[in-house]
Design a protein around this ligand. Structure first.
Ligand code: SF4
Length: 360
């Protein structure tokens, strides 16, 4: 067995443990309406008092997204969250999302205070790619350009040549492929396979996956599509290849929201975390959205595509963080500097290409 095989196997074994960790996350119940209104008002007041701005991911709770919208913050995918936090003048950024997003904000803004509602919010992709094993993998293939997805630790980003998000992965890999480069890709094997299919690049894949997207089921999706022939199918490329094959549009969260707004279909079946429905409904209020079928937790769950770690970001723990200053994100300065090199490549590339039309 080669060292590459060994590492791929080790990652696959860990994946079972990561799934168990995800299934064991205890998501607090949503508060009653009156209590929610109180919490919302308190969080709004605290953001102002502390001169803090809230940056929330599309997969977080709708209350947090609304709070960001109503307080001058921002709701987006991880690339635009990073951009916004970098450009905004506030001295404190509160990042509602998962840990790598807080770390990315800190890397881009070492002088700012970065708080998170919880530091317990993991990501299965990040967990699947520990720095020691990943470094060994890279060392075994020194002639390859190392491209990592944003869903990785600061240390893994520091080991990479490029960081990419799903909104820009295909373009970056196509660019490197055109230069004749061969690639190490980590950690999401499904996104990697999708990008490889589109670009034809030579990519050696890490074997990580997202515990939410990998659970979408092609067979059940095809049945749902038969029931709703008017609906277009929107799929995030972290999903398995047979699900991607059924898509009318494959793209990042931002690209899927744009598609829902711009396509003529009156309805959409959406294969990504259902937190995205808050922004999709806002972008296309007259359209109907169905969740793509997902095996979920428990046999009777047909559509519970929601990241448990995103779900533990709440108004309560956001308030607690703002009151106490706890849950500050720290990144070792040297690691941060090194990771910034790979992140800056993505930001520069994105700035140079952002006006080009989004490819479906
Ligand atoms: S939805 Fe998947 S990729 Fe996104 S944070 Fe959760 S585990 Fe990670």
């Amino acid at each position: 067995m080669s060292s590459t095989d060994t590492l791929a196997t080790a990652t696959a074994v860990e994946h079972d443990q990561i799934c168990k960790m995800a299934d064991a996350v205890v998501v607090p119940p949503a508060p009653e309406k009156n209590r929610r209104d109180e919490l919302f008002a308190r969080a709004k007041q605290l953001l102002k008092e502390k001169n803090a701005v809230l940056v929330a991911h599309y997969y977080t709770d709708a209350d947090l997204q609304r709070l960001a919208d109503e307080t001058g913050g921002y709701v987006s995918d991880s690339l635009d969250m990073a951009r916004f936090g970098h450009e905004h003048p506030a001295s404190t950024l509160v990042v509602a999302g998962v840990r790598f997003m807080g770390e990315t904000a800190k890397i881009l803004n070492p002088e700012k205070r970065i708080l998170m509602p919880t530091l317990e919010a993991e990501c299965s992709l990040d967990l699947s790619c520990p720095i020691e094993a990943f470094s060994e993998f890279c060392d075994a293939h020194p002639d390859r350009t190392v491209v990592v997805y944003a869903n990785t630790s600061a240390a893994v980003k520091a080991r990479a040549d490029w960081v990419v998000t799903s909104s820009i992965a295909t373009e970056v890999i196509a660019h490197l492929h055109a230069q004749g480069k061969s690639i190490i890709w980590a950690p999401d094997k499904y996104l990697g396979n999708y990008v490889q299919t589109v670009t034809g690049a030579d990519m050696l894949m890490w074997q990580g996956s997202c515990v939410v997207h990998e659970r979408f089921k092609a067979h059940a999706l095809a049945s749902l599509k038969q029931k709703h022939p008017e609906a277009a199918v929107l799929v995030h490329p972290e999903s398995p290849a047979d699900v991607v094959e059924l898509a009318d549009v494959v793209g990042s969260t931002t690209a899927l929201i744009k598609a829902a707004q711009q396509m003529d279909n009156p309805a959409f079946i959406v294969a990504t975390d259902n937190g995205i429905f808050y922004k999709m409904q806002q972008a296309a209020p007259d359209k109907t959205f169905y969740e793509a079928p997902n095996a979920g937790i428990g046999a009777n769950c047909e559509s519970c595509a929601h990241c448990p770690w995103m779900a533990i970001n709440t108004l309560e723990n956001l308030i607690s963080t703002l009151e106490t200053g706890d849950n500050e994100v720290h990144v070792d300065p040297e690691t941060g500097k090194q990771a910034m090199v790979a992140l800056q490549r993505m930001l520069d590339f994105s700035a140079a290409t952002r006006n080009k039309p989004v490819k479906n």
